[in-house]
Each structure stands twice: as C-alpha cells, then as structure tokens.
Design a protein around this ligand. Sequence first.
Ligand SMILES: Cc1cc2nc3c(=O)[nH]c(=O)nc-3n(C[C@H](O)[C@H](O)[C@H](O)COP(=O)(O)O)c2cc1C
Length: 401
Amino acid sequence: MSSLLAEKKILFGITGSIAIYKTVDWIRSLVKEEAQVKVVMTEAATRFVTGLTFAALSGNRVYESMFDPLDQELIPHINLAREADLILIAPATAQTIARLAHGLAEDLLSAIVLASRAKIMICPTMNSQMYNHPATKQNLATLKKYGYTVIEPESGLMACGEEGPGRLPEWPMVHKKILESFTPQDLRDKSILITAGPTHEPIDPVRFLGNRSSGKMGYALAATASRRGADVTLVSGPVNLAPLPGVKTIQVKTAREMHHEVLNCFNDADIVIKAAAVADFRPEIEADQKIKKSDSATSLNLIPNPDILFELGQLRKTRKKPLVLVGFAAESDNHLEEGRRKLKEKNLDLLAINDIMAADSGFDVDTNRITLLSRNGGEEELPLLSKEETAMRIWDQVVKL
Ligand SMILES: Cc1cc2nc3c(=O)[nH]c(=O)nc-3n(C[C@H](O)[C@H](O)[C@H](O)COP(=O)(O)O)c2cc1C
C-alpha cells in the first residue's frame, strides 16, 4: 500500500542548533515512507555533526556549500530549488530565519529557498530569549507573510538550562504538517466529532465486559480528517494507540460516558462519525468489591446501553444546523440487508459495513474491507485497503455529501 510521501522530493535544510541530533530519526522516518530526501547543511550545522550520518540515512550525498568542486557544472542552488516539492528547515536557527526574512542568499540553503517555488516549512528552534526577541518575532511574521509554514516551537526545559518556548517540536506534529502540505484541505473549518475504540462495562473493580475493537479505524479517521484541515474532536474508549497531534481527544471508558460526551459535543459538529464499538449491554449491577471465586453467583444480568447513533439520528430531526451522520456496522452475515436496515432505522447519511469474519478486515488489524451504503441508495464496495486509505475514501464520500 503506497505512502502519501512516496516519490515526494523533500529537501531537508539543517542549521546550526544543538537540536540537530533529533532530526536523524526524522530523516529515517521520511525515507521509510519512500520520500526522496536530500539534506542541505549550513556551515554552522557541520560544526555539530558531520554529513555522513545524513548521507547514509537519506541514501543521497549531503550538500554543504554553494561552491563545492563536485558541482561545478550543476549550479546546485538552482537545481535543488527546482526539484524540491517541499523544503523543510529543522532545526531553523535565529540566524537562518533572519537570512530568509531578508532575502539573503549568502549560503546554499538560503539561496535555494529564494530560488524555489516549493512549499516551505520552518521549525524555529532556539533559546527562548532569542525566540521572544522582537527581531525574531518580526522575521517569523515576515516568513508567514511569504506563505511559509512556521511550526510553533514547544515550550519546556532546553539544552541551555532555560525554560520557555524554543524547543524543536516532536516528530508526530511535524510529520502531520508534512502530510497536510500534500493533502487537499477540503475539510477546512469543518467541526468533526469521531468516536473510536471499544467500551468497557464494569462487572466489579477488576473485571469488565469489552470487545475486540482496537480503535485503529476511528483514529485513522481522526488523523486523516485533521490532515484535511478539519477541527476534530475524538471521543475514545480505552485503546493502546498514541495520541494524535492536533486532535482534541476525550478519553472515556463506558458506553454511558461516551454517550454523555458525544451529546455534549453534538450541537457544534458539522459531521459525526461513530466508529466506536459501543457495548450494547452492561451488567445490571457493578459489584463494589471483587467477586470471589467462592461467591455463588455464576451468571450476569445484562441491561441495554443507550443506542448513541440512534439517538443522534433522532436529534438531527429538530436540529437547525446541517449535519452529515455516518455510522459503522460490524456484520458477520447478511451484510447489505442489515446495513440498509440500519441506515434507515438510525437516520444516517452513510454507513460503512465491516465484514468482521474476514481475517484481514475489521477488528484489531491494520487493514479493512468495507462497503459504503448511502442514504440515496448508493453502494460502493472498497477493496482491501489500509485503515488510513479506507478513512480517506470515507472522507471523499463525506465531502461529496
Ligand atoms: C552549542 C551551540 C548550540 C546552539 N544552538 C542554537 C539553537 O538552538 N538555535 C539558534 O538559533 N542558534 C544556536 N546556536 C548559534 C548558531 O549556531 C549560530 O547563530 C550560527 O551562526 C547559526 O548559523 P546557521 O543559521 O547558518 O546554521 C548554537 C550555538 C552553539 C555553539
């Protein structure tokens, strides 16, 4: 399954900051995603590390000078500027930022930026006094005016011992911005509510009733919606997945907690996708103490949980703001018939049906094979895809709606 970054030409500019060491991993991640990475180092950057590590990881020679005898016939700054799809400068020193803001072209990296029509992304990284200085602030404002993406630094303890803004952001945030730069922003300004994962229905303080949902599909929907520009709120049951940068995540355990949070957020949402596997039933009684082996009770009395999706389908009838409501159904037989029935009964616009009997689809795997049914009778059977690609296809349908 192909990566969004496959064949993308990324010019990675590295400048003289102590945070350089962190970018070694970033280059490895980009190459793993099949991006073609070329590294340009400023002279100051080469004082911190040699280009050898970056050359070995990127699989390309590293460029360090405008006047390298190796490039006599190539005019390196123009060639590198022309071929890049994206120029990422990380870490970006105060010095390099000042050069770029003033259109200087005294070294290879700044000359490339000046000569390029590629998207440009900057990660300012420096001591917080330097970052907060009006000169740096003004230079960064100028870069934003030029249309460059400036990724805000993180706050915290820095190598110099001071605390404040100026730290290189973590890779998941930068990675998200890179993917975003190659993705149409067709969900911009849309407020999207997504649910993900299983729910845990307590039996006693140590036991619960759960299900095999991993949350991967809901998280893939949230990550891709955010990448397409949406403002995403994710209500997540207990899962083992890394938090998503830029996504507001509300953690819940039970169906009733999920119900409460979803209703709280419902009025603001333009689009709601319920990808969580919410338990239909819960134990009638939650024991205060751990039930002992010697206790005589061997059966559990179950009572129904609220049907959140059904409720949203009813609430939309009186809601003024337009809504796109999407559900998921995990079916083991009679998929299409069951799907059509649910679509109508729950008053949905779109229903994604999972075949949970296939080993490569449904719960706790990285791939999915779904059929999309729409209110107007449409039916689209998607091939086996990664959950991320499946999510992108669902958003394509939602955008049409
Ligand atoms: C140990 C050390 C760490 C440094 N870290 C930073 C930094 O994080 N950010 C920054 O703007 N400058 C930092 N500097 C200063 C820059 O290296 C210096 O301003 C240099 O001229 C930057 O040149 P360049 O932008 O061409 O790479 C550091 C210098 C030293 C000696």
